[in-house]
Write a protein that binds this ligand. Structure first.
Ligand code: ADP
Length: 426
């Protein structure tokens, strides 16, 4: 799986690049073909124009009537010269034949005699560029008169050729963009899926560990209870059954956490709103955690300064929120743990601040901690176990109450979580 992923990226990148190169060469070929087609159209126009000039010469510039191809050719051979025509007449003939052959650009022309002297010339004909223009012999091949050559300068406009192919170029750019976007989207989805599957396998590992430890303890306690020496000792029986109860409680708590996450996912959280004294509730939760704080040689300071502290909240969920935040403050701490819990009133709400001097978090972690299953890599603290569900639950509950939660944190210095809860409505 690990090798397939980069291989897919390389293969898709190569094929997208390949398609782009092939498309570019097709477009280049098409431009060359169009240019050749343009050349052929100009040359055809010149032949057509010469035919028209002959016809005009034979019908209007002479009084004779020609019957049969031979006499027509003979007369042209003997008498034809462009000098019978005016500049405007040639201009008009060229214009008509060019337009008929689909060439719409402006053009200039000149007719030179055998001594390279211009007989007729349009005003803008570029004399110096004469070698780069299209030319055709206007006098018949076997003319008895001196040869005359028509030079035609048509500005070959690159944009003109490109504009004739505009739909093709636009369509290929559009489809290339679509392919690239689809490619980027696929890669992004693949990365997300990969992340998700890593997160899920982390979660399963954590869960197994969290459930295995109490199960092992329970199993050992049961073994001890069945021991002959213990079975008659009431103190020991009390001790081991207490241990089983404790571990059972721990397991229940873990299972409850997972179930809660599932309930949030299904949006099944129902709040049982009651009027509560937030200060009392905070005191109760902190009391329950005092042993854990003592274990870490830490201290907790309550600064419950809010004048209004009667809130409308669900007692169980609200206690869980405070518990989870304090539990994290203890879990992600260093030596000399110190926690401040502060309350204040702001914007008609009760704001509760929980500040620790623990390991803190960088910006990336801060932006993701409220995501389900997210756990930061906590360096040497990575043996701290958890499911990455606590804060997503906290956020869902705070928001279900109509409050907000935010975090401010500095790596190495500590974190402050602040959340608000609505006061009892008057
Ligand atoms: P868990 O604690 O089970 O991993 P949480 O959702 O409670 O899940 O927390 C998510 C992550 O946020 C934690 O893994 C940790 O990296 C980070 N975190 C939470 N609280 C704190 C804190 N007070 N100090 C530093 N990091 C914290």
């Amino acid at each position: 799986m690990k090798k397939i992923f980069p291989l897919i990226i390389v293969l898709i990148t190569l094929s997208v690049l390949g398609i782009m190169v092939i498309q570019m060469s097709w477009i280049k070929n098409a431009i060359t073909l169009k240019r050749e087609q343009f050349k052929r159209e100009v040359e055809k126009s010149m032949i057509d124009a010469r035919e028209t000039i002959y016809d005009r010469f034979l019908t209007s510039k002479t009084t004779q009537i020609f019957i049969g191809e031979n006499s027509r050719q003979n007369h042209l051979k003997e008498a034809f010269t462009v000098q019978f025509f005016s500049k405007d007449e040639i201009q008009q003939i060229l214009e008509t034949t060019l337009r008929k052959n689909n060439i719409k650009q402006p053009f200039e022309f000149a007719i030179y005699n055998i001594f390279n002297v211009p007989i007729l010339s349009s005003d803008g004909f570029p004399q110096q560029e004469r070698d780069n223009t299209f030319n055709i012999l206007v006098t018949p091949d076997n003319s008895l008169r001196a040869q005359e050559v028509l030079y035609l300068y048509v500005k070959e406009d690159k944009n003109y050729i490109i504009s004739r192919m505009a739909w093709m170029i636009t369509a290929s750019i559009l489809f290339t963009c679509i392919i690239i976007s689809a490619f980027v989207l696929t890669i992004r989805t693949m990365f997300r899926q990969k992340n998700l599957s890593e997160i899920k396998s982390d979660f399963i590992n954590n869960m197994t560990h969290e459930l295995k430890t109490p199960l092992a303890t329970i199993s050992l306690a049961i073994d001890a209870l069945t021991n002959d020496k213990v079975i008659h000792d009431t103190d020991k029986i009390r001790y081991y059954s207490g241990m089983i109860k404790e571990e059972n409680k721990r397991m229940n708590k873990q299972v409850e956490k997972i179930l809660q996450a599932a309930r949030i996912e299904r949006q099944e959280i129902k709040l049982n709103l009651q009027v509560l004294d937030a200060h009392e509730l905070i005191a109760k939760v902190t009391d329950n955690l005092s042993l854990q704080i003592q274990d870490k040689n830490g201290s907790l300071n309550l600064k419950l300064g809010a004048a209004k502290h009667i809130v409308q909240a669900d007692e169980v969920h609200f206690s869980n929120v405070i518990f989870n935040l304090l539990d994290n403050a203890i879990k992600y701490s260093k030596d000399n743990l110190h926690i401040d819990v502060e309350t204040l009133n702001s914007g008609g709400m009760l704001a509760i601040k929980i500040k620790d001097n623990g390991i803190g978090m960088n910006k990336e972690t801060q932006s993701r901690i409220f995501e389900k299953f997210y756990r930061a890599h906590t360096g040497n603290l990575h043996n701290v176990k958890g499911f990455g569900l606590g804060l997503s639950y906290v956020k869902a509950i705070v928001e279900a109450h109509g409050g907000k939660i935010k975090v401010e944190s500095t790596p190495g210095k500590g974190s402050t979580f602040t959340f608000s809860i609505p006061l009892q409505s008057a």
